[in-house]
Design a protein. Structure first.
Length: 278
């Protein structure tokens, strides 16, 4: 069976980019954190399913929950970087981005005692206008990125990017591993999780991933967030209908769908799937 990559973007409910205009970073410390409990649920689910995954983790979270980080590593999962404070790569200068990804990498390595090889940009914010970010990541010591989503979206996306692993800046550059899509009628259709996993019926998500494995003969990359298993999280007020719908739709269904997903496919860590022959 083809191994697929199970990945988790470790951030709390108040740190999502869609809430950035409503919740400032300065107020994060005043809000109740739920990430530790939700990650514990995920680790239990993965343990019961015999699945190892990659946790793209914010430095801000790791700094506050070092024991959670140690547990992730001690249970055999890969620790990777999601930056420090969930700031989009596209909103930073090269020097600011270098400082952010270097700080996050050093912090995660210090806490875990493990080398951090992978990075995922918040909101998939690396694209055609800032491919320089991949060279910055390479200079900072990373081996791969999973920051480009080859779809058209109102907040992110690089629709014409390759659907599977490639080197945007040449073979000597960083390996980019895009979130999985399925080619349908000359268009890339999202198949890699996130909000689409909650929006689509489970049978559709399963079909999409099976097509990637069977038709393309490629490993899929799937992702979700800890807050997506948490229907009891504090509800944000004064946000638009689209943002509210995207964030809260079917939160109560996510955990059971993930359990089904772990049984229907073969899963592993990003590094073991994509770097084993590098």
């Amino acid at each position: 069976m083809i191994r697929n990559a199970m990945t988790i973007d470790v951030e709390d409910y108040f740190q999502v980019s869609a809430f950035a205009a409503h919740i400032s970073r300065e107020h994060w410390t005043t809000l109740p954190c739920r990430v530790e409990e939700n990650v514990a649920r995920i680790l239990s689910l993965l343990d019961q399913s015999g699945v190892k995954a990659t946790f793209f983790t914010l430095g801000w979270i790791a700094e506050r929950y070092p024991e959670m980080i140690k547990r992730i590593v001690n249970e055999g999962h890969e620790l990777a970087s999601h930056g420090y404070s969930h700031q989009r790569a596209s909103e930073q200068t090269e020097s600011e981005f270098y400082d952010d990804v270097s700080r996050s990498k050093a912090l995660l390595e210090q806490i875990s005692g493990q080398v951090v090889l992978g990075y995922r940009a918040p909101s998939f914010s690396i694209g055609s206008n800032n491919l320089w970010a991949l060279d910055v990541l390479l200079n900072a010591g990373y081996k791969y990125s999973s920051s480009i989503y080859p779809i058209k979206h109102d907040h992110y996306g690089m629709p014409h990017a390759p659907r599977f692993g490639f080197y945007p800046n040449g073979k000597d550059g960083l390996l980019e591993l895009p979130i999985t899509t399925l080619r349908v009628m000359r268009r890339n259709f999202p198949a890699g999780g996130g909000g689409y996993f909650r929006l689509f019926p489970y049978q559709m998500s399963r079909w999409l991933l099976k097509q990637v494995n069977q038709r393309d003969r490629q490993s899929a990359i799937f992702y979700f967030h800890p807050w997506e298993l948490d229907p009891d999280q504090p509800k944000q007020q004064n946000i638009g209908f689209k943002t509210r719908f995207r964030h809260y739709v079917n939160l109560h269904r996510t955990e059971n769908r993930l359990r089904a997903l772990t049984k229907d496919f073969h899963w592993d860590r990003m590094d073991r799937i994509f770097l084993s022959n590098k």
